[in-house]
Design a protein around this ligand. Structure first.
Ligand code: FES
Ligand SMILES: [Fe+2]
Length: 325
């Protein structure tokens, strides 16, 4: 399910991934109930066969020589779909754009060498995509949601100053030395080199973080996917060459990463209890400034898509934000 659209995904024998609307154009039964032989997807109701990447119908078993219907003129809905870093990226065009053949540029996780380890994590969130996204770049929840002996304690809260700069369709927390009060960053101190981290947010839903320490690096791409109007999913893909030779480093990283994501998930499940009653909410400076930029950037994109002149970027240059976390 993506943007309230049920999808059926698969991979052809030649390796190409596909994403079709999970609905037969004949009578609407989900195509996922049918059969897939690696090249054609067959509907289980009347056996229509479809080429899954184009959605083109290839065969209608009930047709006879008396019929003049050309099956190949019928299309099931298929969306452009590309695989990157183990994720299938599906491009959903705006309604009314007809068949789209060009996939939007598919984001890729930054890597800085050929030897690295990777991990994936995901968690379903019971809130709409906006709450998922602003939760993702909310600096003030750390000491409360993510307190743990291995990450940080509530007592470690302190004043921070971070520089932000505008980037196309997003903003960047400029390269800086990461918080000295977080244990994982302290670990990187063992390399004895200065540690520098850069965090970007780019519409519609992507946060990337790059940590570099000499020739050691850690890179992550976090996305919040709108599943339905009321639910979303957070996915994290990470790659690193830090502690590359340490045995069990991947399961250990996954264990702590999953705990971290789970802390956000639990908080958002609790938040959803409150949001059910439609409370009025607020965003404060400076800690919620990134959330304000997100809403302004999104509004600008929607206005540009509606044909208006794109409003200016909500940031007119680099700024410093201050908060305690
Ligand atoms: S409903 Fe799919 S072939 Fe008839
Ligand atoms: Fe968090």
């Amino acid at each position: 399910m993506l943007l309230d659209i049920p999808l059926v995904l698969g991979r052809r024998t030649d390796g190409q991934v596909f994403a079709m609307r999970d609905s037969c154009p004949h009578r609407g039964i989900p195509l996922s109930h049918g059969w897939f032989d690696g090249n054609r997807l067959t509907c289980r109701y009347h056996g229509w066969e479809f080429e899954p990447c184009s959605g083109q119908c290839a065969h209608i078993p009930s047709l006879t020589t008396h019929d003049r219907l050309d099956a190949t003129r019928i299309y099931a809905t298929a969306f452009p779909c590309e695989e990157r870093d183990g994720h299938a990226w599906v491009f959903i065009p705006s309604p009314g754009r007809g068949r789209v053949t060009l996939a939007a540029q598919v984001p890729e996780l930054a890597k800085f060498g050929s030897r690295y380890r990777t991990a994936h994590l995901s968690a379903d969130l019971p809130c709409n995509v906006d709450h998922g996204i602003i939760g993702l770049m909310d600096p003030a929840h750390g000491p409360f949601v993510h307190q743990a002996w291995w990450w940080r304690t509530r007592g470690s809260i302190r004043e921070k100053t971070k520089r932000f700069e505008p980037i196309p369709e997003g903003f960047r927390m400029s390269a800086h030395a990461p918080s000295a009060n977080s244990a994982p960053y302290k670990l990187l101190g063992v390399y004895g080199q200065p540690v520098e981290t850069t965090i970007d947010f780019v519409l519609p839903n992507r946060r990337t973080e790059t940590i570099r320490c000499g020739d050691k690096w850690f890179s992550s791409l976090t996305t919040v996917t709108p599943v339905t109007s009321f639910t979303c999913r957070i996915d994290v893909i990470a790659a690193w060459n830090v502690f590359y030779w340490l045995p069990l480093v991947t399961p250990i990283a996954k264990f702590f990463g999953a705990k971290f994501v789970r802390q956000d998930q639990v908080t958002m499940i609790q938040q959803a209890e409150g949001l059910r009653h439609n409370p009025s909410l607020m965003l404060i400076d400076d800690a919620d400034k990134p959330a304000k930029w997100y809403f302004a950037l999104k509004q600008a994109r929607l206005e540009a898509a509606a044909g208006g002149a794109p409003p200016p970027h909500p940031m007119d240059g680099p700024v410093e934000l201050h908060w305690r976390s």
